[in-house]
Design a protein around this ligand. Structure first.
Ligand SMILES: CC(C)(COP(=O)(O)OP(=O)(O)OC[C@H]1O[C@@H](n2cnc3c(N)ncnc32)[C@H](O)[C@@H]1OP(=O)(O)O)[C@@H](O)C(=O)NCCC(=O)NCCS
Length: 180
């Protein structure tokens, strides 16, 4: 398990799937804002890659996020679009509604940076998020990500085009948080 200050990132367990489906992916507004595509319902037993790990796909590493104190599932996180030639990847995360606003998002980004830079020897990590997603922007910037640009009207979200912000962090600019 990857350990942050408050949360850990571990493999997806079978029992995580119904919780993530019900509390995260069945939420039309949250999914539409976070997924970069149209919401579609996920059936029980589905092998949707957001829920079920595809071990053949080396470009994505999904994690379940749990509280270090007690092990309660609080969300999902992933390194995706891993490009071993250019040594870069994207970061994605989503917390259950009850787990938001407690510092976990900032902690998850720190753990994903550790995984990307230290475990995978990547050189650059990238995040794209909606321009009004203050919690995601702050979680990224607290870990050293800088805004590299605005993708104007790049995301169709629930009836309107919204801007996205592109943030990047290079390994030489990364200041690792103290780890437990
Ligand atoms: C985005 C998300 C991962 C952030 O995680 P979080 O645990 O809620 O964020 P944190 O508690 O670590 O807070 C980070 C910062 O954002 C601020 N913040 C938190 N919630 C906020 C809100 N609703 N509005 C404005 N600011 C907020 C915090 O005060 C903190 O600011 P600081 O660094 O200046 O102290 C989480 O809210 C989430 O899963 N949201 C829904 C899915 C999503 O948007 N995923 C990202 C898609 S790119």
């Amino acid at each position: 398990m990857l350990r942050g200050g408050k949360v850990g990132l571990r493999a997806r367990h079978e029992e995580d799937i119904p919780v993530l489906r019900a509390e995260l992916y069945d939420d039309v507004v949250n999914s539409s804002r976070a997924e970069g595509g149209p919401w579609r319902p996920i059936s029980p037993g589905s092998k949707d890659p957001r829920l079920v790990m595809d071990e053949q796909n080396e470009r994505v590493v999904p994690f379940s996020v749990v509280e270090l104190d007690g092990g309660t599932l609080v969300g999902t996180a992933a390194l995706w679009g891993i490009d071993p030639h250019n040594r870069c990847a994207h970061i994605g995360l989503g917390l259950l509604p009850s787990a938001r606003g407690k510092g976990y998002g900032t902690d998850v980004v720190a753990a994903l940076c550790h995984y990307g830079f230290v475990v995978r020897s990547l050189h650059r990590l990238q995040i794209e998020t909606l321009a009004d997603n203050t919690a995601m922007l702050r979680s990224a910037e607290s870990n050293g990500f800088v805004r590299e640009g605005v993708l104007r009207s790049s995301a169709w979200v629930m009836g309107e085009f919204l801007d996205e912000v592109l943030l990047g962090l290079l390994v030489e600019d990364w200041k690792p948080a103290a780890r437990s």
